[in-house]
Design a protein around this ligand. Sequence first.
Ligand code: SAH
Ligand code: SF4
Ligand code: F3S
Length: 449
Amino acid sequence: MQERSFHIITFGCQMNVHDSQWLGRALTARGFAPAPLEEAQVVLVNTCSVREKPELKVMSTLGRIRQATGNSPRVLVGVTGCVAQQLGDALFRQRQVRLVAGSDGISGAPAAIERLLADPALRLSLLDFTAHYEEREAGSPLPRAATGHVNIMQGCDNFCAYCIVPFTRGRQKSRATAAVLDDCRALLAAGTRDITLLGQNVNAFGRDASGDGTAFHELLRRVDALPGLARLHYVTPHPKDMDAEDVAAFGELEHLCPRLHLPLQAGSDAVLKRMGRKYDAARFLDLVARLRAARPDVALSTDLIVGFPGESEDDFQATLDMMRECDFMASFSFCYSDRPGTRASRFLDKIPPEVQQDRLVRLQALQDELGTRWLAARVGQEAEILLEGRSPRDAAPDGSGESWQGRDIYGALVHVNLPPGDHLGRTVCVRIAHAHRHSLVGSLPGNAE
Ligand code: SAH
Ligand code: SF4
Ligand code: F3S
């Protein structure tokens, strides 16, 4: 075991990935070094409870940690994030677990780890929700990366019938605009060119007791104007909260990319009503039409749930119809799963797993078709690629270059052969030569692919 070393295992959404990156930087600034699981003194599991059997996943991960560390009492295990918030002190039944830190408590985890290392008899749980967005210690310098994420809020107030997030992340708390802008400036100073603003319901930014009154579209405008920014994105918006200004931003802001992840969840009005989504199919389609009017090339992706309690085959067909009508370039799709404490978990007309699974397969086949068609339509077009790193693909067979990968303004992954050199964060203009199932291949003008 290596003294003052850490290893972080992450499940869940981009907000969790971002929290884990911050935890790593905070520990590094305190003199810890990253290490493989087998050698780490501090092992953290940052957990997600949004779907299916998250507790089992955490328990099996703790088993894996026990095995890798020889169940040594000198190894400090911490469970953080949404399952930690949900299960709380019950996690201490696992002998190695000495830290349990929930969604807000995670900001205190680095200091808690220092205390736990100093006092081997101690266990600590950080489970309280804070009234305001808790600013976090700065951590070690940001890594050099083309893309970066900035949290703009914590929690969610929507209580969609199926969703555990309002319970695990607490009420919505917006961050101060100045703090968001500072984080964006720090990323840009470190060479990042592409920023994604993160939150569970970003368009409701500022509309809570913790916010400073700045509306989301105003925040977008201010981030968009920061010198050095090439691309701006956000995730996740709620269709009911996309106001006229948020739509207009797609036609007005120079760096806001024409790609929006807009969760539909279901196509049937009856299901949407029971989900508590507060929009119907017609309103969603109207929003899509207004987005396309503001920015005709906007590409849409979505989240979909199949087998919500009471979903009939006709309801499911309505979801497929909406997918075609909205022409989603991509989607994340899930079988409905009961989450403790949610309204839907008490609904009686549950859909059998085999019916759910059958619907999921059919939905994903349609998405494959739509996604493949969207990618194929790009062949022959010119595209501006922001380079994110070397790609695992083989470079030119004659060895004349290196294969790099990056994304176009729609977020599609594009591979391109480039002359040897460091291209991280550069943009290149390519012509799309081929479409694969999930990515594109581009070539520099004048180069045959
Ligand atoms: N705040 C975002 C993301 C929430 S969680 C939003 O409102 O869209 C990410 C996705 O997980 C959701 O969009 C939903 O599609 C899915 N999800 C959430 N709870 C679920 C459940 N109980 N069963 C299946 N999928 C679920
Ligand atoms: Fe969950 Fe709904 Fe909030 Fe999204 S908006 S996090 S689905 S409650
Ligand atoms: Fe999962 Fe929590 Fe994110 S439940 S999806 S890690 S907000």
